[in-house]
Design a protein around this ligand. Structure first.
Ligand code: SF4
Length: 128
């Protein structure tokens, strides 16, 4: 049986690749939507990639790390893992049937689709 996540919203850190494609920007907007909805805190992936000490320490203090990547290249995942972090929940936008392109006139319904999917993954994750 699954249990609801017991983390406080400010203990759930959400990262997105924010890549230069429709799916990268959908990942970015979904992370914003999740933060606005009180699901977690949107955190700076580039600060992790840049090894900014304060951001590294803040990330270590998080209880759940969530990463949203636009596509299978997985830049956000690789950045976090390269810095030694384990990701608790991971979503790729293209896995939800959204095709990657470089048209930034994104379908806004896809933002809600991704955010909803991530939120459901967080809520059903078993907390050990
Ligand atoms: S994961 Fe895909 S969309 Fe995101 S930054 Fe990397 S290549 Fe771009």
């Amino acid at each position: 049986m699954n249990e609801k996540c017991l983390c406080e919203a400010n203990e759930i850190l959400i990262f997105s690749c924010a890549g230069s494609s429709n799916v990268g920007q959908i990942a970015n907007q979904a992370a914003i939507k999740l933060a606005q909805g009180g699901v977690g805190r949107y955190f700076c992936l580039s600060g992790i990639g840049g090894h900014v000490s304060g951001m590294i320490e803040s990330t270590k203090a998080g209880k759940m790390l969530v990463a949203i990547d636009g596509c299978p290249v997985g830049c956000g995942k690789k950045t976090l893992e390269h810095t030694g972090f384990n990701i608790d929940e991971y979503v790729q936008v293209t896995d939800l049937g959204i095709e990657k392109n470089h048209d930034f006139n994104i379908d806004l319904s896809n933002i809600g689709k991704v955010a909803g999917h991530v939120a459901s993954r967080i809520s059903i994750r078993r907390v050990i």
